[in-house]
Every structure is written in C-alpha cells, then in structure tokens.
Design a protein around this ligand. Structure first.
Ligand code: 5GP
Ligand code: ZN
Length: 138
C-alpha cells in the first residue's frame, strides 16, 4: 500500500482514526463524512495514497468507481433519497482540503435547494466557447 503518515484518510484506512464504514474491500473504503452536507454524505477512497485524479492509475480509478456506483445504489435504496451528487475536488482552488484522492456521494432531496443556490453561472457567448476549444485542442 502507498501511504502518507501525515494523511488523515490514510489514518482512517489503518483504523488509527475511527470512521463509520459503509463498505470496505482490499483496495477501497467508503465511510460517512464527519461534516455531512446531507444525511448519508459518504466519502469513497482508494487505500493507496494518491493526491488527486491525476495521480491515481486508470485501473484503480475504474475499480473505485465501481464501488462509488455500488454504494450510491445502496444509499439511494436504503436511505430512500431522491437523488445524489457525485463530487470530486482536485487542488485547493477547487475546494480540496484532504490531499488523498476521494469521491463524495452527497444524497439530495427534491426540495433541499443546497447546490443550485451557491453555484453562480451565466450563458456563455459562442465565441468564448470557441476560444476555449482553440486553447485546449490547438
Ligand atoms: P474535500 O473538501 O477535501 O473534497 O473533502 C474532504 C472531506 O473529508 C470533507 O467533507 C470533510 O468533512 C471530510 N473529513 C475530513 N476529516 C475527516 C475525518 O476525520 N473523518 C471523516 N469521516 N471525514 C472527514
Ligand atoms: Zn492518504
């Protein structure tokens, strides 16, 4: 296992910090977030310490997402929520606080209004979209 001794999620994996585990196998762990956005807010992590999406190998990423799907279905059925967001933050600018790659499963109800209120957006002009394509695709 790849491990960082200072990482809080690595400590959760080795059980030196307790957590409420929803699912665990040899490679991945799903546990309840201690500051939940909503009831059942869950974090899914690989047991290997990778900082972010760019570090985790593709085969481990796809196995992790199979667990994300399994746990999402479990939450959907058992907690009887209306829906859920899959959220994955990379780097500080995007709100990543714990530098051990992780996926949030955030249960939602039809009326909670939690996310829409906080994400401002406006329609782009076509030229702005074209400009982005030129920069990315060359
Ligand atoms: P980030 O902002 O890095 O995407 O999310 C990190 C998440 O980990 C936060 O939602 C935070 O509440 C959760 N978290 C941080 N420390 C602990 C902990 O010690 N135990 C648990 N269960 N969750 C934690
Ligand atoms: Zn770690």
């Amino acid at each position: 296992m790849i491990k960082d001794d200072k990482c809080i999620f690595c400590k959760i994996i080795e059980k030196s910090i307790p957590s409420k585990v929803l699912f665990e196998n040899d490679k991945n762990l799903a546990f309840l977030d201690i500051f939940p956005v909503s009831k059942g807010h869950t974090i899914v992590i690989p047991k290997n310490h990778y900082k972010n999406l760019e570090e985790i190998p593709n085969n481990e990423l796809s196995e992790l997402f199979e667990i994300v799907k399994k746990v999402s279905i479990l939450i959907h059925k058992k907690l009887k929520v209306d829906g859920y967001n899959i959220l994955q933050n990379n780097f500080r600018a995007a709100g990543q606080v714990v530098n051990h790659f992780h996926v949030h499963i955030i249960p939602r109800s039809n009326e909670d209004g939690k996310f829409k209120l906080f994400i401002p957006k406006k329609q782009a002009k076509e030229e702005e979209l074209n400009q982005i394509l030129r920069v990315i695709n060359g």
